[in-house]
Design a protein around this ligand. Structure first.
Ligand code: MG
Length: 373
């Protein structure tokens, strides 16, 4: 057994699984969780779900799958360096986006609007619903029956109303407590991963330029360093070397600042972690640079007119599908028709949320294109 820090999550101190199972023979409980996530249907679908660019726009852009793997890589590095439970960290990182709709945030916003009267749709809650209920792989239970701390890490945010419905898992949102350090790491690793890979994909797509990015101090500083060290460098190699350095400096800052925070807060147990303010984070100057980068990406990439044209179409696809199924429930596959007996709108949302980009486009064509069967 690995000797984690005393405030790390461990098999011994875990709150365990909802349905008690025999201990795994050659793995830790959290390794088993990670493996269950990797084998799930929802995980494989991530390959064909949009991060920013729709899957068929190019073979080299990030998808939700490669994004999740990059998050897991960064998160695992941080967890291991801080002597925390890297198996739990990896499990949470790989599962964090399982509930995402097709077409990224545009899909989620559209489905949320469709579900307004039924309490809305939130991808983060849907990730939990996927591992708790929707996966159908085991004889003895629905979902993946994951460890409490893995589920806690997946549930990043939650309204008070929803928190009350979730019982034990929702408690921390009502009592203002923090999740494990492992879960906190995944949040930050998510940011480090997407800010940097969106710079990379944004440049690759041609929607943003190196000149524009030089307004952003984090990028400007590192591309200047790269040009100094390699005067002949150009093109993709220059960009990759710059982004590599940006990730490195952010992870290094995160590690130093978090180690300092943990030492200063004098945490000795997992319970101390729950009671303390968030302990995983950037230094103030790095947090500021990170914010500036995010603002740049929002204004110049996520709101670029070519991205907005795509997201507008995506919203239309999701909204049309939802409307068609609500009007005629018998258009749903049988498995979802059975779920619709209990909660019609929620069953439709589950079906749509599970679709990959291309499946949603095909389904839209099947339902709406005249002349197609
Ligand atoms: Mg993510």
């Amino acid at each position: 057994m690995i000797d984690y820090a005393p405030y790390a999550v461990s098999d011994a101190t875990s709150r365990g699984r909802v349905i008690v199972e025999p201990r795994p023979k050659a793995r830790s409980e959290f390794q088993r969780d990670r493996d269950r996530i990797v084998h799930s249907t929802a995980f494989r679908r991530l390959e064909y779900k949009t991060q920013v660019f729709v899957n068929h726009e190019g073979d080299l852009f990030r998808t939700r799958l490669t994004h999740s793997i990059e998050v897991a890589q960064i998160a695992r590095t941080v967890a291991r360096a801080l002597n925390l439970n890297d198996d739990l960290t990896e499990a949470v990182a790989l599962a964090h986006d399982l509930g995402h709709t097709p077409f990224g945030h545009a899909g989620q916003d559209a489905l949320n609007a469709c579900m307004k009267a039924q309490g809305g749709f939130e991808h983060n809650l849907q990730s939990l619903r996927t591992v708790d209920r929707l996966e159908e792989r085991y004889g003895a239970f629905d979902g993946l029956n994951l460890m409490y701390e893995t589920r806690e890490g997946i549930l990043k945010h939650c309204s008070p109303k929803r928190a009350r419905e979730l019982g034990e898992l929702g408690e921390r949102f009502l009592k203002d407590k923090r999740p494990s350090l492992e879960a906190q790491i995944c949040n930050l690793a998510d940011e480090v991963a997407y800010n940097n890979h969106d710079v990379d994909d944004g440049l690759r797509s041609g929607l943003i330029s190196v000149e524009q990015l030089e307004e952003v101090s984090l990028f400007a500083r590192h591309i200047a360093g790269v040009r100094r060290d390699f005067p002949e460098i150009a093109g993709r190699r220059m960009i990759s070397e710059t982004i590599r350095r940006m990730i490195d400096v952010q992870v290094t800052d995160l590690l130093a600042e978090s180690a300092r925070g943990i030492a200063e807060a004098n945490v000795n147990t997992l319970d101390d972690v729950h009671q303390s303010p968030p302990l995983i984070g950037f230094s103030a100057p790095m947090a500021e640079e990170n914010r500036a980068l995010k603002t740049f990406l929002r204004n110049n990439l996520y709101h670029h007119y070519e991205v907005l044209r795509m997201t507008n179409k995506a919203r239309r696809v999701v909204t049309d599908l939802f409307g068609a199924f609500m009007a005629e429930i018998r258009l749903l596959p049988l498995q979802y028709q059975r779920m619709a007996d209990v909660d019609k709108a929620r069953a439709i949302a589950d079906y749509i949320a599970g679709m990959t980009d291309r499946y949603a486009i095909r389904e839209h064509r099947r339902l709406f294109a005249v002349g197609e069967i």
